[in-house]
Write a protein that binds this ligand. Structure first.
Ligand code: GUN
Length: 295
């Protein structure tokens, strides 16, 4: 039987409705959550992500400050802008879209964002807090994946999870979240990567497969156990002469074949993507609420 398609858009709509309620609660106290979005350069994929993030803010009632800087922006100019937003009480979240141009040191930039406004969850303080289970901002894509699994009724406790990919943005944080002693964790996690000796052997054992390798067809049907849950975090542009812009988006999973074996599967687009943006909104609202507690 073909897998149930996990509809990220639908879960995202439900979560955004919950957020609207919290935003209304803040409005009664005279607070509007604010997010500063910073994009340096004109990478087309980054531009479309940033536009989608700003549009999502507007839809739920978060103020967004749109900062599009030329590729030649210096590191010290960018640091200056971040410092201004660190000090600005109307801004509760700061997001610097990655990747940055090569002449800018990414680590220095991420470290400059005040951890209390780091709604991407990339600052080492938030990463450290996440690892030891303290209150922090969770990175949006891993948190979105966990929300999607839990809200779809997938049992994490004791599950064999195989993550394919070890990036700082997805693979590593996801592994950390899923091993936490909490209702959003308690899984047994294996992380595979480019030096893993027999990828198929690992993936075949998995109750839950999470593909975050950044390469089409990394996960094929022969690798997937009958009835497994398959989450596809990949977003890859592949040439397609029949598409109006000359390309289409595919994930890391051979979707049509794998859906015949899996019990649940996420599509690309329309799976994890809408959840990532929703978790950014979630963190921004959370940050505004925390700031309000201190007033
Ligand atoms: N580039 C790719 N994914 C992300 C993300 O989640 N946040 C930011 N800031 N940049 C990204």
């Amino acid at each position: 039987m073909a897998a149930k398609i996990l509809d990220g858009k639908q879960i995202a709509v439900q979560m955004r409705e919950e957020l609207k309620g919290r935003i209304a609660g803040l409005a009664q106290r005279g607070i509007r959550p604010g997010l500063a979005v910073i994009l340096v350069g004109d990478d087309p994929a980054s531009k479309s992500y940033v536009t989608a993030k700003e549009k999502a803010c507007e839809e739920v009632g978060i103020y967004s400050s749109d900062n599009r800087l030329v590729a030649a922006t210096t590191e010290s100019e960018l640091l200056g802008l971040i410092e201004r937003f660190n000090q600005d009480p109307k801004i509760h979240g700061i997001l610097v879209q990655l990747p940055l141009p090569k002449h800018i040191n990414e680590e220095r930039i991420l470290n400059a964002i005040c951890p209390e406004k780091d709604v991407d969850g990339f600052h080492p303080v938030n990463v450290g807090r996440m690892v030891i289970g303290q209150r922090c901002f969770l990175p949006c894509t891993p948190h979105g994946v966990v929300q999607m699994l839990v809200r779809s009724g997938v049992v994490l406790e004791g599950a064999e999870v195989v993550i394919v990919g070890r990036s700082n943005i997805v693979g590593k944080p996801l592994a950390n979240l899923l091993i936490q002693k909490s209702r959003f964790g308690n899984a047994t996690v294996t992380v595979c990567h480019t030096k893993t000796r027999n990828l198929a052997e690992h993936v075949r054992r998995a109750d839950i497969v999470i593909a975050a390798a950044g390469c089409p067809r990394t996960i094929t049907a022969d690798m997937v156990k009958e009835g497994a849950v398959v989450i596809d975090v990949g977003v890859n542009r592949v040439e397609d002469a029949s598409a109006k812009n000359g390309y289409r988006l595919v994930g890391d999973v051979d979707f049509e074949a794998v859906r015949q074996k899996a019990s649940m599967i996420t599509p690309v687009p329309g799976g994890v993507g809408p959840m990532t943006i929703t978790m950014l909104l979630y963190n921004t609202v959370e940050s505004a609420e925390r700031a309000a507690e201190f007033r």
